[in-house]
Design a binder for this molecule. Structure first.
Ligand code: FMN
Length: 162
């Protein structure tokens, strides 16, 4: 194994220990809805209220984001692993919305009604870095649902905090 491969393997092993809440990012573009499971999502600041997401430029969600579309970050509940699996490649396109209670006006990115929290974001800035696009969203609305019990991804599997 050369040094780059060793570093990549070590990075992957290290990141298996970084427990992350699982979200589904949604968007809308030219009449179509998009959804993608993600963990590379972070709070950015409270002032202005903002989040950032990191999206592989080969992912279908990349098309609306590249066109400047707004997006919604939906934090999944621990019982929504099926939705994460559907939105991470097994199911494609509009079929990703076949399960889950999706709401929202025609013009806005879909909200998952029973997500732990949903953040409607207006796209403000984006930066390409290697394989990914980092997108900053200005949070314009927040919805909360139920008790705190998020779906977590750690060591390559889905888990819960409690
Ligand atoms: C737990 C989990 C977290 C993921 N996090 C990200 C992420 O932060 N960014 C990303 O670009 N892809 C992430 N992915 C991969 C995308 O969900 C997947 O590649 C994408 O939905 C497939 O692209 P498609 O929409 O073109 O089919 C993640 C997958 C899983 C299972």
């Amino acid at each position: 194994m050369n040094a780059d491969n060793e570093l990549g393997a070590a990075l992957r092993d290290g990141l298996r220990r970084l427990a992350k809440a699982v979200v589904v990012i949604t968007s809308r573009h030219e009449g179509a809805r998009f959804a993608m499971a993600a963990t590379a999502v972070s709070e950015l600041s409270m002032d202005p209220p903002s989040l950032l997401i990191c999206v592989n430029r080969t992912a279908s969600l990349s098309a609306p984001l590249s066109a400047g579309a707004d997006f919604c970050v939906n934090i999944l509940h621990s019982d929504q692993a099926d939705l994460a699996i559907a939105c991470s490649g097994q199911v494609k396109g509009e079929a990703r919305f076949a399960s889950g209670r999706w709401i929202g006006a025609d013009a806005e990115p879909p909200w998952l009604e029973d997500a732990q929290a949903s953040f409607a974001c207006r796209q403000e800035q984006a930066l390409d870095y290697g394989t990914h696009r980092i997108v900053i969203g200005r949070v314009e609305a927040v919805r909360l649902h139920g008790e705190i019990d998020p779906l977590v991804y750690v060591d390559g599997r889905y888990a819960r905090v409690a």
